[in-house]
Design a protein. Structure first.
Ligand SMILES: Cc1cc2nc3c(=O)[nH]c(=O)nc-3n(C[C@H](O)[C@H](O)[C@H](O)COP(=O)(O)O)c2cc1C
Ligand SMILES: C=C(O[C@@H]1CC(C(=O)O)=C[C@@H](OP(=O)(O)O)[C@H]1O)C(=O)O
Length: 389
């Protein structure tokens, strides 16, 4: 048993993106098609650009899986970049026969300029290729592996879009998590409020007409998380801190909230903290409200883990903002090729994946085990301990 660790590699227009995931126990049933369903969800979504018509993301396992089950060793995965075929002579590893035209015009809001300065690259393509959110396809694949393990431990994670620009979803307080998940999955906006979704589509169309872009907010909900994941004892073990880092690491995410988040700062204590009750039938502590978003003291408390992420608008604008050519130092009028107008629905699928990865790591730390059956046995024992508390 080792800690869960993972890493991705690959450029947006290179031949493929890849990942290695280590720490998944042996004996977990795992098929490429389990992952592909999530990859497809990340690709569709109102507001995406022409690139998504080219790609058809599918994962291929190249290590760690045999006969449809994990072996306990590192799992290696690749996803082909179909667009790579259109980049002949510009994206290979070998020296170029003819140097491609350098990209010297940084886009405000993207990594182009900051990355160029840091790595001393005068062709900004050397930065944008890796800064691109193409990489998030692989995060979703890693999250998909974790989803299989979480499902075997009765944990379910889903995301839904709650705002696009200034349009917010309004949900009836009676909407159950199950309904929320089904409604969001059925929408090309991953939004559970059909009326708001229509207004969101109109806002995205309007932004596209104006040559502009939009951001928004998505929420991730994790059900079935046992109490006791994460820890109060050290800064880097707090579950809320780990979730925030994971969500904030997604390209263009600029804010994260757990539970009430910023709203908690505006209320007094009596309107924030969740009263503690006890259910004598299940022998479990329960909470009538979940303002904490399922985490207190950096530890899961048995309630659903609920967090939100705010995404800034896409940086590549049809009507570009002022910028300077890094070679001539002159102001330029940007040439626009293609871009997403709004990628919040796609980012919500990525957020779901990142939360699944954090929860899987925390669960494996709590429970230990080299095979799925061992982890399941440990969870059953822990649940008995909780019921006796
Ligand atoms: C799923 C997804 C799709 C994105 N698509 C685009 C895009 O088409 N064009 C673009 O300029 N930025 C796009 N972005 C955002 C950039 O990757 C992001 O703005 C850039 O990495 C800089 O953001 P940062 O300052 O948070 O790193 C996308 C982000 C995500 C999560
Ligand atoms: C390729 C993906 O997203 C890309 C993320 C992205 C960016 O700048 O982040 C820019 C666009 O790429 P391109 O410039 O090739 O059109 C998006 O399509 C993807 O999500 O799979």
């Amino acid at each position: 048993m080792t800690a869960l660790r993972w890493i991705t590699a690959g450029e947006s227009h290179g031949p493929e993106i890849s990942a290695i995931v280590e720490g998944i126990p042996a004996g977990l049933p795992l098929l490429a098609e389990d992952i592909d369903a999530d990859l497809a969800r990340r690709q569709r979504g109102y507001g995406r650009g022409a690139r998504m018509k080219i790609e058809q993301d599918r994962v291929r396992f190249t290590a760690g899986v045999r006969g449809g089950e994990t072996l306990g060793g590192p799992i290696a995965m690749v996803i082909e970049n179909r667009d790579h075929g259109n980049w002949a002579g510009r994206m290979g590893a070998e020296p170029f026969a003819e140097p491609p035209e350098a990209l010297t015009r940084p886009r405000p809001g993207h990594a182009d300029l900051a990355g160029g300065l840091k790595y001393d690259r005068r062709d900004l393509r050397d930065i944008l290729e890796r800064a691109s959110a193409r990489e998030t396809a692989m995060r979703v694949a890693v999250g998909g592996v974790c989803r299989k393990l979480l499902a075997a431990l009765d944990v379910e994670v889903f995301a839904h879009v709650v705002a696009i620009g200034s349009v917010s979803a309004a949900l009836a307080p009676t909407t159950s998590p199950h309904e929320l998940r089904v409604l969001a999955r059925a929408s090309d906006l991953a939004c559970a409020d059909p009326e708001a979704a229509e207004a969101m589509r109109a806002a995205i169309r309007d932004a596209a007409h104006r040559g502009d872009t939009l951001g928004g907010v998505f929420e991730v909900v994790a059900l079935g998380v046992p109490p006791g994941l994460g820890s109060h004892v050290q800064w880097d073990r707090r579950l809320d801190g780990r979730v925030a880092q994971a969500l904030m690491s997604i390209q263009a995410i600029k804010g994260v909230e757990v539970g009430l988040g910023f709203e908690a700062a505006r209320r007094s204590g009596s309107g924030v903290h969740d009263p503690i009750a006890y259910d004598a039938e299940t022998n479990l502590f329960i909470r009538p409200t979940n303002h904490a978003g399922g985490v207190e003291g950096g530890i899961s408390n048995g309630m659903p883990v609920v967090c939100r992420a705010a995404m800034k608008p896409i940086a590549t604008l049809k009507r570009a903002l002022p910028s300077i050519d890094i070679r001539s130092k002159e102001r330029f009028d940007a040439a626009f090729e293609r871009s997403d107008v709004c990628a919040v629905p796609a980012a919500s699928v990525v957020g779901e994946a990142m939360v699944m990865i954090v929860l899987t790591a925390a669960l494996l730390e709590k429970l230990g085990g080299d095979s799925l059956s061992e982890v399941q046995r440990h969870l059953a024992g822990y649940r008995e301990q909780l019921a006796r508390f």
